[in-house]
Design a protein around this ligand. Structure first.
Ligand SMILES: *Cc1c(COP(=O)(O)O)cnc(C)c1O
Length: 398
């Protein structure tokens, strides 16, 4: 009998009851706008920011409309101007070069290693081309952050971390998002906490924090924030910081607060699922498992593997055979952007130099989501299906 997987790769868990109750309370009182508070009331959004700061150990936190908004806001807050160059990963998703383009800046792509992290040698070689690195911890793979920060500090490059896939993860005990000057997170449905849309940014820099708050659309109501700097800091920046409206609202904040409290437990559940699939794939001929650094504490909300140096037609055959058995793999080497998946050279607004070593990795890179609605048995079954189909194509049966 041929085993088939019938689960749904895009089905989330429900919002926790506590979040539903808190959302209903917001709907009943009607004060959804974050600055619409009753006398003495602290808004759900302000409380959420305080909790995000506590969770990450940051001095300041700001909740915004999306992860992509957080990235653009971060670039503006550190002073990136039209025409500036910004270093970023070649292995990334569209909102990252998109955020750079949104401020009129130009991405300079840095290569990816077989471990799916930014290539530090390539970064070192390009570090003099820009003052800012927008570092994407793409698919949750965290590079040697101590090595990366040493390079960036030596070249005066400030680091903005895109932690859309590493909320709840850490490197050497330091939470992801806390190495650079700003950490950005997404609370979009497919990330680690779910408010449909939303994002955060965290920083210890008071002036960057004040700029980000005003940029996000605080008007002169910034004193209603609980995780923002003192009034004097706002006084210094308020006349020359534009309002680029992108606030979070109290409904989303209400949904998110209980999810933040549950994050550690969810991370453990994701990692159990990741290890189950990883164990099932290990040792498959022709397939390279991505080895994780012992200093990395990841969040296994998706898994990647490589079919290195396979002909595109054979990678395509694996995709089709797995899909026929209910297993949805994404391919980062596809010639055209499809769904959420794209390549650095897909973007005609952002000219790129060829990166042959990275192209080789991306050409063999397959990716799969691991939603928490999958059981451990589901994960074992998925791994068996991939193993069989990769094996069949590898041995020339296809
Ligand atoms: C989802 C995502 C973003 C953007 O987040 P949104 O909340 O969807 O705007 C940025 N970077 C990466 C790597 C992402 O996966």
């Amino acid at each position: 009998m041929t085993e088939r997987f019938t689960g749904n790769f895009t089905q989330q868990e429900p919002i926790p009851q506590e979040g539903i109750d808190a959302a209903l309370a917001v709907l009943q009182h009607g004060r959804l706008h974050r600055y619409n508070t009753a006398p003495g009331e602290l808004s759900e959004t302000a409380l959420l920011e305080q909790e995000v700061a506590a969770l990450t150990g940051a001095t300041y936190a700001l909740a915004v409309a999306s992860g992509g908004y957080a990235l653009g806001c971060a670039l503006r807050a550190v002073g990136v101007k039209p025409g500036d160059r910004v270093l970023t990963n070649a292995f990334t998703l569209a909102p990252v070069p998109g955020a750079i383009a949104s401020v009129g800046a130009v991405p300079v792509f840095v290569g990816v290693t077989e471990g799916l992290v930014i290539d530090l040698d390539d970064l070192e070689a390009k570090a003099d081309q820009a003052d800012v690195l927008m570092l994407s911890h793409m698919r949750g793979h965290i590079c040697d952050m101590d090595g990366l920060m040493a390079i960036c500090d030596a070249h005066g490059v400030r680091v903005i971390e895109d932690c859309a896939h590493t909320m709840g993860a850490s490197w050497n005990g330091v939470p992801s998002g806390r190495h650079g000057v700003i950490g950005c997170y997404s609370t979009q449905t497919y990330k680690h906490v779910n408010s449909g849309e939303g994002g955060f940014l965290v920083t210890d820099d008071e002036e960057i924090a004040a700029r980000a708050v005003i940029l996000s659309g605080s008007y002169m109501l910034y004193e209603r924030h609980l995780a923002a700097p003192a009034r004097e800091v706002f006084e210094r920046v308020k006349y020359d910081t534009p309002n680029v409206s992108g606030r979070m609202d109290n409904l989303r904040a209400a949904i998110l607060r209980p999810q933040l409290r549950a994050l550690d437990r969810q991370v453990k559940r994701w990692n159990d699922r990741y290890r189950m699939v990883e164990a099932g794939l290990r040792g498959t001929p022709g397939l390279t498992v991505i080895e994780r650094d012992a200093r990395e504490t990841p969040v296994g909300s998706s898994i990647q593997f490589l079919l290195l140096d396979w002909a595109p037609s054979r990678v395509q055959a694996v995709l089709e055979r797995c899909a026929a058995r209910g297993v949805e793999l994404k391919w980062f080497g596809g010639a055209e952007p499809t769904g959420f998946t794209s390549r650095y050279d897909s973007w005609r607004y952002a000219p790129s130099e060829p990166l042959p070593a990275s192209d080789r990795i991306l050409a063999g890179l397959l990716d799969m989501r691991l939603p928490l609605t999958f059981s451990l048995e589901d994960c074992a079954l998925i791994a068996r299906i991939i193993r069989t189909e990769v094996g069949a194509v590898f041995q020339g049966a296809a």
